[in-house]
Design a protein around this ligand. Structure first.
Ligand code: MG
Length: 530
């Protein structure tokens, strides 16, 4: 998804695009109706990149207008301008008739400007079918009573993007096996450091590079993914895990006060001490992991797939979770449970409450969620040859779509749509992501993602969110620097200092956060969803 390419996103002002036909709307006419009598629908879409072509250059847009019997007046807002635009729209209460990738369920809870969509499901059969096949997506956007104001999106073969990757070419060259335990991994890292596996005669190898910890919550490609080696399931891509929360067998707890974290810290401390991780690694930028983009100098890293390693990408494969201790059973190790975060997003479609021309709006939205328009929104038009409809729910994406990385056709991840299970996309360009994740298929079976991780649909209410967020700030301000000191070996962890840390994290609010998340986890067990 776009998060991988954050650094390529430039700061360019918002672009507005108007359909030509609007010129026909003269003075004195109903502003919501064009001169040909068709309704004019205002649609806002938030773009993730200035590389996306102007929205009305997509030929499928005019097909969509024809099929829906409407004219669309587009507003495109670039991602870096959206925060301000959103505040303005919400402050004035003047939201567009349709918004794509703009407002989320929290916005709809706080501001009464959005249409409850559940009441219209009979007029939205494509959204209904989406929910039938993906109950998690419906629960994610719905409140405890099953009401929902926002339509989600689902990505084609969407997966977890957290992977533990290793240079397989180096392993082979040095005659080493894929490590299956931390001890074996330590030996591999030592060999990477001392035996010049990239063969340039220089000791320039970085055996294991880490992303920084920083002062905020724990996110994508965090060093804490090593917790999975101890049997503690992470969710680096979203939800309360990022604030220190875990779930095991339906019981909420905290990884930040767990023995698992101490075990991980002590292991990292050993690796730092042996020079197998660079001293300054904990201040690395998550988007600019040194040693991954020019020369093959990194042996092991947490990242998305082999593309993270640039021209040497082919040398890298995912490493199945190594056991923290050789005595563990194969079924004791786990891997990150971010799959639903990679598959669904909860902020992709909103309709203005009591929008003018509601029937036309619903018809348009239903078309967006159709198979044909989902595919075209995501990849490109059928009528302009970017995508070929091969029949039988099979489509072939033209090479042109991915040929120039500085040009993005259509909406990509900014779409409002989904891909039914029977849809097959040839040329989807997702082989590397699928391969990176497939290595963990058997390890994912070692836990129940709805009982041993926080389900994507569990949400706290506004008041509790504020409490949790304030507690989290206090906890992380204290915990992150301390964890970094221990990891780097600046301080040695002792039973006494560990107990002091646990007590302090609990007192700063973790105990309360655990209770609050347990309350909401339990409440959402009884969520009413049709
Ligand atoms: Mg070398």
């Amino acid at each position: 998804m776009g998060l991988m390419k954050k650094k390529f996103l430039g700061a360019i002002a918002a672009v507005g695009a108007l359909s030509m036909v609007l010129a026909g709307c003269g003075a004195g006419e109903d502003a919501q109706t064009a001169s040909d009598g068709k309704p004019i629908i205002e649609v806002l879409v938030q773009y993730d990149s200035t590389n996306r072509k102007k929205i009305d250059t997509n030929k499928w847009i005019s097909d969509l207008e024809k099929d829906a019997g409407v004219h669309i007046k587009w507003t495109v807002v670039q991602q870096d301008a959206w925060g301000q635009k959103k505040s303005t729209l919400l402050a004035g209460g003047n939201v567009p008739q349709v918004s794509i990738r703009a407002f989320n369920p929290d916005d709809a809870t706080k501001f009464p400007y959005f249409e409850e969509l559940g009441q219209h499901l009979d007029k939205l059969p494509n959204l209904k079918a989406f929910f039938k096949e993906n109950p998690a997506a419906q629960r994610m956007v719905s409140d405890l009573n099953g009401k929902f104001y926002i339509g989600p999106a689902q990505f084609y073969e969407g997966k977890n993007s957290q992977h533990w990757m290793i240079n397989k070419t180096w392993l082979d060259k040095l005659g080493l096996q894929m490590p299956t335990t931390w001890d074996e991994l330590d030996k591999v890292l030592e060999a990477f450091k001392t035996q010049d596996p990239n063969g340039n005669g220089k000791a320039d190898e970085i055996p294991f590079n880490l992303n920084g910890i920083g002062t905020g919550t724990y996110g994508w490609w965090t060093p804490m993914l090593a917790l999975n080696s101890t049997g503690s399931v992470t969710q680096a891509q979203g939800g309360p895990w990022q604030q220190g929360i875990t779930v095991k067998d339906g019981k909420v707890g905290s990884w930040m006060t767990s023995d698992n974290l101490r075990q991980v810290i002590e292991w990292y401390s050993k690796l730092f001490g042996e020079g197998l991780i660079p001293k300054d690694a904990l201040s690395n930028d998550v988007d600019e992991l040194p040693g991954t983009e020019k020369d093959a100098t990194v042996g092991v890293a947490f990242t998305y797939n082999q593309d993270a390693f640039g021209t040497h990408g082919d040398e890298y494969v995912s490493m199945p979770t190594p056991k923290a201790d050789a005595s563990m059973a194969d079924s004791d190790v786990v891997w990150d449970a971010s799959g639903d975060y990679g598959k669904y997003e909860n902020y992709h479609l909103a309709i203005k409450k009591d929008a003018p021309n509601m029937d036309a709006v619903l018809k348009l939205v239903n078309l967006l969620y159709s198979e044909k328009y989902s595919v075209q929104q995501y990849y490109g038009g059928i009528s302009d040859g970017l995508v070929k409809d091969d029949g039988n729910h099979t489509y072939t994406v033209s090479d042109k779509v991915f040929a120039d990385t500085t040009v993005s056709y259509s909406l990509g991840q900014c779409f409002a749509g989904w891909f039914p299970n029977d849809v097959k996309i040839n040329g989807a360009n997702n082989e590397k992501s699928l391969a990176a994740d497939a290595v963990y298929d058997n390890i994912y079976k070692n836990y129940d993602k709805d009982k041993d991780a926080m389900p994507i649909w569990v949400k706290a209410d506004t008041a509790d969110q504020t409490t949790i967020s304030n507690n989290t700030t206090n906890i992380l301000n204290y915990a992150n620097p301390q964890i970094a000191k221990w990891m780097k070996g600046d301080e040695k962890i002792t039973d006494a200092s560990w107990q002091q840390f646990v007590d302090r994290v609990n007192k700063l609010g973790m105990e309360q956060n655990v209770q609050l998340w347990q309350k909401w986890y339990d409440k959402y067990q009884d969520q009413k969803v049709e």
